[in-house]
Write a protein that binds this ligand. Structure first.
Ligand SMILES: Nc1nc2c(ncn2[C@@H]2O[C@H](COP(=O)(O)OP(=O)(O)OP(=O)(O)O)[C@@H](O)[C@H]2O)c(=O)[nH]1
Ligand SMILES: [Zn+2]
Length: 199
C-alpha cells in the first residue's frame, strides 16, 4: 500500500487491476466477457476478492487494544460458534466452519465482539487452517496478555469437496493452547464447555 496517498486511491487502483485479470481469466476459460450476464462480472469478482482478503489491510492487535477494560474477573471467558469463512492458500477456494475461543483474564477483559472481529481479520486472507488458528492465539496472547488462551477451529474445505479428493463430510479440527490452558484440567473444562449447548 505504500506508494498510494490514501486508502480510497489504493482501492480504486487495485480493484481495476484485479478486474482486468478476472476479465482475462473469463476469456481464457472460453467464455464471452462481453455477454450481458458477464459484463460486470470482472468488477464484481474483483470487489468480492478484495473483500475476502481485506484482512491484509487491517490491524487485529489495534482492534483488541481499542476495547480492553480493567476487570478483576479471572474465570474462563468463552465465545463459541464464531462463523469463519476463509480462502485456502493452495487453491484459493473457501474453507468455512466455526471457531471457539476462550481466555482467562489477567487484569483486563476484552470487548466480546472484538474476538469475532479479529477472527475475520485473519480469516480474510489466503490461509491454512493451522496458521489461522495460531495467528488468533498469538494475537490474543500478545495483546491482552491473559493467563491463558485457547482456540479450536472446525472447518470444511471446498478444495476437498468440489474437486480433488471430493469428500463431502470430512471436517478438519485444529486447536492451540497457551498459558494456563496447557493445564489438562483447564483445557478439558474448555473442551467440555464448547461441546455443550449451555456454555
Ligand atoms: N494442512 C493444510 N492443508 C490444506 C489446507 N487447505 C488445503 N490444504 C491441502 O493442501 C494440499 C495441497 O496439495 P497439492 O498436492 O500441492 O495440491 P493438489 O494436487 O491440488 O492436491 P489435492 O487436493 O489432493 O488434489 C492438499 O492436500 C489440500 O487438501 C489447510 O488449511 N491446511
Ligand atoms: Zn485448498
Amino acid at each position: 500500500m505504500a506508494p498510494y496517498q490514501n486508502l480510497e486511491e489504493y482501492n480504486i487502483k487495485i480493484t481495476n487491476e484485479v478486474k482486468e485479470r478476472f476479465s482475462k481469466i473469463i476469456d481464457e476459460i472460453g467464455e464471452d466477457v462481453n455477454r450481458e450476464g458477464l459484463v460486470k462480472t470482472p468488477e464484481r469478482a474483483a470487489k468480492a476478492m478484495l473483500f475476502l482478503t481485506q484482512g491484509y489491510r487491517q490491524d487485529a492487535a489495534a482492534i483488541l487494544k481499542s476495547a480492553m477494560f480493567k476487570e478483576s474477573y479471572n474465570e474462563m471467558v468463552i465465545v463459541k460458534d464464531i462463523e469463519i469463512y476463509s480462502l485456502c492458500e493452495h487453491h484459493m477456494l473457501p474453507f468455512f466452519g466455526k471457531a471457539h475461543i476462550a481466555y482467562i483474564p489477567n487484569g483486563h477483559i476484552v470487548g466480546l465482539s472484538k474476538l469475532p472481529r479479529i477472527v475475520d481479520v485473519f480469516a480474510r486472507r489466503l490461509q491454512v487452517q493451522e496458521r489461522l488458528t495460531e495467528q488468533i492465539l498469538d494475537c490474543i496472547n500478545d495483546t491482552l496478555k491473559p493467563q491463558g488462551v485457547a482456540v479450536v477451529i472446525e472447518a470444511a474445505h471446498m478444495c476437498m469437496m468440489m474437486r480433488g479428493v471430493q469428500k463431502q463430510n470430512s471436517v478438519t479440527t485444529t486447536s492451540g493452547f497457551r498459558g494456563s490452558f496447557k493445564n489438562e484440567e483447564t483445557r478439558n473444562e474448555f473442551l467440555k464447555l464448547i461441546s455443550s449447548d449451555l456454555s
